[in-house]
Design a protein around this ligand. Structure first.
Ligand SMILES: [Zn+2]
Length: 391
């Protein structure tokens, strides 16, 4: 199953080139066949689809690449044979509703596995090739060891999709933990390339346990296995949601499947007391939760703040009410209990954080959000842990 790719644009203007340009005007051919990008640079003439540069590199990895400056007649016929709209109907025919189709800016592992699933494994033509919606999954995944960025330990992951339960077994001790995913806020994860370990793609499984959020970072040498797990957990969550909200439409449920953090980055944060210094924290916004960590791969956040609705007294504003807190570009998150003061280096960073948090504050709480708030225990995350560490 070989895909050959020809550069679309070149300076020579012959009859075949004109035909290719005309094809690009046809409906569906304005966007990359795989990620929807508008920046089309390549055509695959045995598939008959136009592609962006990023997606074309993955096609090249699984097929062959022929750089040519001129289209021949057969290649033009190949491009005419299908087109992006027809290719979508053919290669995505049985793509499950919970499968996350990548956008241009998504992590490359999602793009690569999407392209391999679509054209190499033909998963969306032959339903029996889909491994992530069979009711259960079992694999050895590598889990990052606590407080040690470079070491991973193999653990057995067993997912029962029908019951919504994920069990993690450690090799020596047996059952390590069982996570009931009936509560829909228990698993959120994202594939991300770790800053400390470039090249290693990690999935972040996030649970709320005993009132606080915990992150489990998992990886696998085979990207296909990792993405299969990502999709399997999305399916398990969808089943759980269908049981909980039998009258809701699929479109209403899909936004509650696993998703990336709305925002993440380094931010300086100060404590509630006048003389508290600013400390650098890795801050993430996951739905209505703002979490701050010492390092991006920490197992637990140092603290987390549930962001409620404006009608409950939540507010975001520039600057700090206490002038001694002014350092860099400051913004304050006002909650009914306390005002949190953050500082970033540039005004564009501040605008971004403020607009993301502002959007959360302006959105009314959904049922899922009330569940998340109920699971978080402020006595654990704010009083005991935080005052102990003098935050
Ligand atoms: Zn693309």
């Amino acid at each position: 199953f070989i895909k050959t790719i020809v550069f679309v644009y070149y300076t020579m203007c012959d009859r075949n080139h004109k035909q290719i340009i005309a094809l690009l005007d046809q409906p569906g051919n304005q966007f990359c066949a795989d990620c929807g990008s508008k920046d089309l640079q390549y055509g695959s003439y045995n598939l008959g689809v136009f592609l962006c540069t990023t997606c074309a590199t993955f096609h090249q990895k699984i097929g062959t690449h022929v750089s040519k400056v001129k289209w021949n007649d057969d290649q033009v016929e190949g491009m005419k044979s299908l087109g992006n709209s027809e290719a979508k109907k053919k290669y995505e025919k049985h793509c499950p509703i919970f499968y996350r189709k990548p956008s241009p800016d998504d992590p490359v592992i999602l793009l690569e596995q999407w392209i391999r699933a679509k054209y190499e494994r033909l998963e969306f033509i032959h339903v029996d090739k889909q491994k992530y919606n069979t009711g259960s999954m079992e694999d050895n995944l590598l889990v990052k060891k606590r407080r040690d960025d470079s070491n991973y330990a193999p653990k057995r992951f067993v997912l029962s999709q029908e019951n919504g339960v994920l069990s993690i077994y450690s090799n020596e001790v047996g059952l390590k933990r069982t996570e009931n995913i009936n509560s829909t806020s228990k698993i959120e994860h994202l594939p991300c390339t770790s800053k400390n370990e470039p090249g290693r793609t990690l999935c972040n499984f996030t649970f709320i346990e005993e009132g606080v959020t915990r992150h489990v970072f998992v990886t696998h040498e085979n990207g296909e296995v990792l993405i299969d797990w990502y999709m399997a957990i999305r399916y398990a969550k969808l089943l759980t949601l269908r049981r909980a909200y039998p009258t809701a439409s699929e479109a209403e449920l899909l936004p509650y499947l696993t998703k990336d953090f709305e925002m993440e980055g380094w931010v300086s944060k100060t404590g509630p007391h006048e003389n508290d210094a600013y400390r650098k924290r890795w801050v993430t916004i996951d739905g209505r939760k703002l979490m701050y960590h010492l390092n991006p791969l920490d197992e637990m956040p140092r603290g987390e703040i549930f962001i409620g609705h404006s009608s409950e007294g939540y507010n975001i504003r520039e600057g700090a009410s206490n002038l001694t807190k002014e350092m860099g570009l400051v913004f304050s998150l006002v909650t009914p209990e306390r005002t949190f003061v953050f500082s970033v280096a540039t005004s564009s960073e501040r605008n971004k954080w403020m607009s993301v948090i502002g959007r959360v504050i302006a959105t009314p709480l959904g049922t899922q959000d009330f569940q998340c708030r109920a699971l978080l225990d402020p006595s654990k995350s704010r009083a005991s842990r935080h005052s102990w560490f003098h935050f």
